[in-house]
Structure formats: C-alpha cells, structure tokens
Design a binder for this molecule. Structure first.
Ligand code: GLP
Length: 259
C-alpha cells in the first residue's frame, strides 16, 4: 500500500491529479465512486480540473459504491443525488453513465447480483474511490463482513447510522439496509484510491493499514490489494506507527517518478 500523508488541501489536489492521470490514460475508464463528506473536496477539485484544464468525464462509466435501500435515486440524502449534484451537474459525466444499484426492487438480493453483473459487463472497475467509516467500514461493508463478499444487502450498524445521521434519508433510518459493492468486488478493481481525513478516522486508519487483516476492520482487506494508494491527512495519520517511514518512502517514490 502506498501511503501518502499530506495536509488536507494538498491531499485532495494530489488525489484529484491521480484520478486525472487515470482518465487521461484511459478516457473510457470505469470508475467506482464513493460518497461521504470526505469526498466533497475531492470532487470539488475534479470539477476545478474539468473547468480549468478540460479534464473530461464524457466517456467514463461510473458505478456508485453503495446506496440506502428504499431510497429513490434523487431523494434528499441519497448517494445518487450526492453524485448527481457533485459530479454529473458540474462536469460532462453523462447522467446515463452513472450506475446505481436498484434499491427500490422487491427482490433486493437479485438487484445486488444484477449490479455486480453490470460491473462485470462494463469490464470491471479501473479505479475504485473509497472513503472510510469510523468503524473501519468500506462502502457499507460493516465490521464482520466477509473479506470475499460480493455486492449484496447489508444491515447498517448503529455506529454508521449515528455517523451519517445528519444526511440520512428518512427511509434509510427505518429500513437500516443498504446495497453495497462487496469487499471481494473491491479487491477486483484494477486500482484503489482510498482517502481518509480528520482525527475521528485515525484509529480506523491505523487498524486498517498496520493491523491484522480481519473482518472486524473491513478496510484492512486493502492490504491484500496490489495497487492501493491511501491518501491520509495529518490528523488521520496520527495513529500510524510507521508514519515517518511512509513520508520518507513517498518522497523517494516521487523523486523516482520525476514529480
Ligand atoms: C458512508 C459511506 C462510505 C463512506 C463513509 C465515510 O456511510 N457508505 O462509503 O466512506 O460512510 O463517510 P464520511 O466521509 O462522511 O466520513
């Protein structure tokens, strides 16, 4: 895992540049998109690159990482609405190119299987963007999730409901269910860009990066992926025992890459 530790503003700039490199190398790439407050400044920076440098999403296919069950695609607080407002409305990403799991279907297990099949049919995910839950979750893969899990229905934990309370669509609170891309599915992405900011994430970051690989910390599964870049701000890096090493290694790596 490549661990990049920077102040928040620089971190979002670097992460957005990373995404821009992927888009320029493969304009018809498949992106896995995450939601959450962490992603807001990153998407703002992508919008800035779109406006200032002509970064184009016109031929991109995108898959939302997760969505609350029973919530309409553009309902207030839905992840679909988040991505429409933050990216589709502000870039040339086509609304039809943004896929969402069908969380309104009666047969949710079938909806999850179909979503997984859609990802496969698109050729798989080239770059999966991920945030991190305070409890170590990825998407809505809550602690205890199988490390080999596929896209499926998950029950939201109390911790997650509390952390998301401010933006939670009302139907989501009642049903406590979501469809999330699985951890095994995430491991199949060709590359992963993972971002965590703020002191509240420090314990989860340390457990995920330096702890044992365990279903109790779903993000620790990223240790098994060969192409992960973790963008961590200084507050979220606070619990990392090898912090100094990561900073030194990153400086050398950048010199090797000539940037
Ligand atoms: C949400 C999402 C995750 C996200 C996480 C952290 O519930 N399902 O994909 O990474 O929680 O959100 P935030 O960035 O707001 O802390």
């Amino acid at each position: 895992m490549r661990v990049v530790i920077e102040a928040a503003a620089e971190l979002h700039r670097l992460a957005a540049r990373h995404i821009a490199r992927t888009l320029r190398a493969k304009p018809a790439c498949v992106l896995g998109l995450a939601t959450g407050r962490t992603m807001i400044p990153l998407y703002d920076e992508l919008v800035r690159l779109h406006e200032a440098e002509g970064l184009s999403f016109a031929t991109v296919t995108a898959f939302t990482l997760d969505e609350y069950v029973g919530v309409a695609p553009r309902a207030a607080g839905s992840f679909g609405r988040f991505l429409h407002e933050r990216l589709v409305a502000r870039t040339d990403l086509r609304a039809g190119a943004l896929h969402l799991p069908d969380v309104l279907r009666t047969d949710l297990a079938e909806a999850a299987r179909d979503y997984e099949a859609e990802i496969r049919a698109a050729g798989g995910i080239d770059l999966q963007l991920l945030g991190l839950g305070v409890n170590g979750h990825l998407g809505f893969n809550e602690p205890g999730s199988s490390l080999g899990s596929r896209t499926r229905v998950k029950t939201l934990s109390e911790e997650t409901l509390a952390a998301n309370r401010a933006d939670l669509p009302s139907a989501a609170g009642e049903r406590r269910l979501a469809i999330t891309v699985g951890l095994g599915t995430i491991l199949e992405a060709r590359a992963v860009l993972w971002i965590a900011t703020g002191a509240a994430k420090a314990a989860a970051v340390a457990a995920a990066v330096e702890g044992p690989v365990t279903a109790s910390v779903p993000a620790s599964v990223l240790q098994l992926h060969p192409e992960v870049t973790a963008y961590v701000d200084e507050a979220a890096a606070e619990g990392l025992a090898r912090r100094r090493y990561y900073v030194e290694a990153e400086a050398l790596q950048r010199r090797l890459e000539g940037c």
